[in-house]
Structure formats: structure tokens, C-alpha cells
Write a protein that binds this ligand. Structure first.
Ligand code: PLP
Length: 411
């Protein structure tokens, strides 16, 4: 008899996006004339930059000839891409990351979900709340989260509330923790950490022997100078942090799939007897065993992001979404709503008016403005009373949605 991994049964039903779909479908059935606009899901809408398209075509041609054909590639990624990443994402900011510390992959979702495998099942995990759900669910599946209580929280997870009252900056854990997931710029709140704030985290991790799992998938959206793009801009971070990056939201790779993770050689965990173990070697072993590398064609496409043309096209893409973010932020403020984020991130985090719950505001926005967003409570208990809109829509739809919110929402 094949018994299942019962930790999977402890996962909360992933009802957020299915419940959104259900409510939108019911609304559309009752109001077939209404044109709903979706600013809910975090997927991009603009096509890949021309430089990437040209590189993809070129790489497809490579695959058509025996002399240039590629089969299995190196599991951690081709050096041609890792060298560009090391030079453009890190050396250009004064950060030293070696090529063999970079692991190219098919997505930051896989990497942030899989990274927990190289840590002990006894590890105590801390998460920001609200949070990108993959960090929590992957630890629930592994059996590290414990049981869910009546308050919706898992009893072995340390939740770090990020709310307006603390400027959406997670408090340092008040009890021993081994792993901390941090994501900045943040999905869903759109908040960033200043250099000083990130410095406090690195200092805390060094002092407590913890590892920081730093998701910087949205670093390209940072506009302010005092906000680090990489955790390795903070002195001492190489000994305490793993960093995740993605081409998804930067260069439109959500459907093309390419990302990378940096595991510095200076970073060590410990075995049961307290002896140090290099995490770079463990992650290499994990990836070499369970992953056969991102496709050659896709890695060639990602490499084109670092050409002069690619860089300016990516900048234009990010600017496009950040203009959407400004339009949403300013429009909602003009409508009398309190909004956060949207300055260094493609997410606008709205406080629901009049103490409405996240789901009540979802229904109100859908009924009155025919606009679909995401209830904040779907990202964790501290997201209750908030609502997420994304800047990834088309410009005309974003403008139309904001106009409707300004003119039709009864506040
Ligand atoms: N990390 C965060 C915080 C995200 O919001 C997302 C996607 O929404 C990802 C990672 C996943 O990125 P990828 O497309 O590279 O898997």
C-alpha cells in the first residue's frame, strides 16, 4: 500500500485564485454586459524584448546543425550566462560573486521552493507575513511547519508581521530561528528594505548563525538610491545569505522560464555534530541530481538581456510597468484610498476602506468598478484589511481601471 506524504494534507486548500475565479465567473454570469479588468495576478503582459527574441531565434538555429547543436548542458547553467550575471548584476555594483556560485534554473519559484531540501527537517523557519506562498507551502510539504492552529498559523513557523504600523519592515525574530525567508522588493506589499534595515538583518543572522533566503525577483524595479539591489551589497552577507533572482518580471520570462540562485562559497551550515558544511556544494549536489539544467535556447535568450540593446529594452519594459504603478498609486490616492508600495515595486498594496475585510473589498471593487484584484488575506493573516493590485496590466486597461475606481467606487 502506497502511503502518501501526509504533510501534503496539512496544506491549506489553495483557494485564493480559485475563489477569485469563482467570484468573477458568478459576477460575469449575472452581469454579462460588464467588462471586467484584471489587475490581480502577477503575470506580465508585454512581449519579450526584441534582443531576446533575436537571440532565441539564433539559438534555435544552433540546434538545427550538428556543429552547433547542444544536448544536456551543465546542470548549474552555461558559463556564458553565469559570466554575464556575475559581471552585470554583481561586479557592476561592487559585489564579488564567482561564476561557480551562480546556479541558473528554470525559475525562482522552483529554487525558493526547493532550497529547503538542503536544510535539516528540524530547522526553525521564519517568514514575513503576508508572504509569497511558496516559502510556506514548501516547508509544510517537507514537514517543517507543524500543525495549523485556529488562527490559521502553523505552530512551528515564526511569522514576522509586516503591516502599515511597522512600515512593512519585518521585526527581527524574538526566538531562535535557523532560516528566514525575506523578499524585497516585496510581493505582495511592494515594500523595500533600506540599506540600514537590511544591514540589521545580516548582522542578526551572523550573530545567531541563521541563514537568510533572500528573494530579489523584483530588484529591477528599485528606483531609490538607498535601497540595495542585492543582499551582498551588505558587508558580511556572503556568510549568511542565499539570493534568488529571476528574468520573469525583469525581461518578461514568465512563460520562457529562466532564473538564478547565488550560493556563496563562504556560506556554511552545520551537521548534527556541529561540523561546518558548505552550502554551495550541497546545492550543486541537489541540482545535479534532480535538475538537468535550463534549456540552452532559453539561456541564450537570457544572455541577450545583458547586451546594450537588451539592457535598454528591459529598462523600457520596467519603466512601462512602473508608469502603470504610478497611475494606479496616484489614481487610488485621488479616490481617497490609502496606498503603499508601487514606488520600487510593481505591486500596490491598498488599505481597505472603512475597516472592510479583504474579501468584502474584493466584492465591492468587482461590483462597482468591475476591477479584479487580490485580497491581502490570501497572502497570510497580516494581509487582512489590505488588497493587492499589480502594475503588470496593459496601459489602456490600467488607465480604464483607475478611472472607474475614481468615478464609480462609493467611498
Ligand atoms: N518570487 C516572488 C516573490 C514572486 O512573486 C515570483 C512570481 O510571482 C517568483 C519568485 C517566481 O518567479 P519565477 O517566474 O522565476 O518562477
Amino acid at each position: 500500500m502506497a502511503r502518501v506524504n501526509e504533510h501534503y494534507l496539512k496544506l491549506k486548500a489553495s483557494y485564493l485564485f480559485s475563489e477569485i475565479a469563482r467570484r468573477v465567473k458568478a459576477f460575469q454570469a449575472a452581469h454579462p454586459e460588464a467588462k471586467t479588468i484584471r489587475l490581480g495576478i502577477g503575470d506580465v503582459t508585454q512581449p519579450l524584448p526584441p534582443a531576446v527574441i533575436a537571440a532565441l531565434h539564433g539559438a534555435v538555429n544552433d540546434m538545427a546543425h550538428a556543429e552547433t547543436f547542444r544536448g544536456y548542458g551543465p546542470e548549474p547553467g552555461y558559463e556564458f550566462l553565469a559570466e554575464l550575471i556575475a559581471a552585470h548584476d554583481y561586479a557592476s555594483r561592487g559585489v564579488k560573486v564567482a561564476v561557480d556560485e551562480i546556479f541558473v534554473s528554470d525559475g525562482a519559484k522552483s529554487d525558493t521552493g526547493n532550497i529547503q531540501e538542503i536544510f535539516s527537517l528540524d530547522s526553525a523557519v521564519a517568514l514575513t507575513d503576508p508572504v509569497y506562498p511558496v516559502y510556506l507551502d514548501s516547508n509544510v510539504m517537507a514537514g517543517r511547519a507543524g500543525e495549523v492552529g485556529d488562527d490559521g498559523r502553523y505552530d512551528r513557523v515564526v511569522y514576522l508581521p509586516c503591516v502599515a504600523e511597522n512600515g512593512f519592515e519585518p521585526p527581527l525574530p524574538d526566538r531562535p530561528v535557523d532560516l528566514v525567508y525575506l523578499c524585497f522588493p516585496n510581493n505582495p506589499t511592494g515594500a523595500v528594505l533600506s540599506r540600514a534595515a537590511l544591514g540589521r538583518w545580516v548582522h542578526w543572522a551572523r550573530h545567531h548563525g541563521a541563514v537568510l533566503l533572500y528573494d530579489a525577483a523584483y530588484e529591477a524595479y528599485i528606483r531609490e538610491n538607498d535601497v540595495p539591489h542585492s543582499i551582498y551589497e551588505i558587508e558580511g552577507a556572503r556568510e549568511v545569505a542565499i539570493e534568488f533572482r529571476s528574468f520573469s518580471k525583469t525581461a518578461g520570462f514568465t512563460g520562457t522560464r529562466c532564473a538564478f540562485t547565488v550560493v556563496p562559497k563562504d556560506l556554511q551550515g552545520h551537521d548534527a555534530r556541529g561540523r561546518p558544511v558548505g552550502l554551495n556544494a550541497l546545492w550543486l549536489r541537489r541540482q545535479s541530481t534532480k535538475f538537468n539544467g535550463a534549456p540552452y535556447v532559453v539561456q541564450r535568450g537570457a544572455a541577450a538581456v545583458y547586451t546594450d540593446a537588451g539592457k535598454s529594452q528591459v529598462r523600457a519594459l520596467v519603466d512601462y510597468y512602473m508608469d502603470n504603478a504610478r497611475i494606479i498609486r496616484e489614481g487610488l490616492q485621488a479616490a481617497g484610498l490609502t496606498v503603499f508600495g508601487g514606488r520600487n515595486a510593481p505591486y500596490i498594496w491598498v488599505r481597505t476602506p472603512d475597516g472592510l475585510s479583504s474579501w468584502d473589498f474584493f466584492d465591492k471593487l468587482l461590483a462597482e468598478a468591475h476591477v479584479v484584484g487580490t485580497p491581502g488575506s490570501g497572502f497570510g493573516p497580516s494581509g487582512e484589511g489590505y488588497f493587492r493590485l499589480t502594475a503588470f496590466g496593459r496601459r489602456d486597461q490600467t488607465e480604464e481601471a483607475v478611472e472607474r475606481i475614481k468615478t464609480r467606487l462609493a467611498l
